[in-house]
Design a protein. Structure first.
Length: 239
């Protein structure tokens, strides 16, 4: 077998994607039954199911128990090279972003956060955990730690309605200038699965990042757990 030859599952993945394009299927359109697809694509049910499972994880398809497999709506795209909020990323996509606050409180900086944020042990932080929904579907759990010395009283704002970065800039003159971000893959815990409405152990993106002002003062350290079937990350390569 040549090195460039696709394995059966990958070949069927491409055939399904081609079938969707060729037949101009739109989001939420239903695919033919497994039996019909096997005949159309010339494959076995085992290989077909493996290909469909991969496309569901990637967010190209979704399934409804007892109803079949459907074309998924296009995912929201986040650019890794800008500092846009989720709400700004959604502008022009006709997607509606809503937020539920899970936790908001003032905490003391532990050893890990002290080291990460270069703050004295015991310094106050504003800890904000939110569930972000896209068109009503849970898509991301965000956990943010903000240096409280920069924004005393920020806990009084309702961050189910207000933008965190907008409040920092407008009310505290704390301007976001740049940051760094790390992207990896993990699996949902029981609590995360419940919040995101997915099966326990579902593959998800795990994002961590640091946010600075123009004077290199760290403003925020954050962690996010992101459903891969709802949000896609992109990056622009430049010479």
């Amino acid at each position: 077998m040549g090195n460039n030859q696709l394995r059966p599952r990958e070949e069927v993945v491409e055939k399904i994607e081609f079938y969707i394009d060729e037949n101009e299927l739109r989001p939420n359109d239903k695919l033919p039954s497994e039996r019909e697809l096997c005949e159309i694509l010339g494959t076995s049910r085992t290989t077909l199911r493996g290909a469909i499972k991969r496309l569901i994880i990637e967010g190209t398809l979704y399934s409804k128990r007892g109803a079949g497999t459907f074309v998924a709506p296009k995912k929201l795209v986040r650019n890794l090279q800008d500092m846009e909020s989720l709400s700004k990323s959604a502008v022009g996509t006709f997607k509606v972003i809503t937020t539920k606050v899970i936790y908001a409180s003032i905490i003391e900086c532990n050893k890990e956060l002290s080291k990460r944020m270069k703050l004295t042990l015991g310094s106050k932080l504003f800890c904000l955990q939110r569930l972000r929904l896209i068109d009503g579907i849970p898509a991301m759990i965000e956990l943010a730690y903000i240096d409280y010395s920069l924004c005393k009283g920020i806990e009084k704002y309702d961050f189910s309605q207000e933008s965190l970065y907008q409040i920092l800039e407008d009310m505290y003159n704390v301007k976001i200038d740049h940051g760094s971000e790390t992207l990896s893959v993990t699996y949902t815990s029981e609590q995360e699965s419940e919040l995101l409405n997915v099966e326990n152990g579902t593959p998800v993106f795990f994002v961590t990042g640091n946010v600075f002002n123009e004077d290199e003062k760290m403003i925020e350290f954050y962690k996010s757990v992101v459903r891969a079937d709802q949000i896609r990350f992109s990056s622009t390569l430049r010479y």
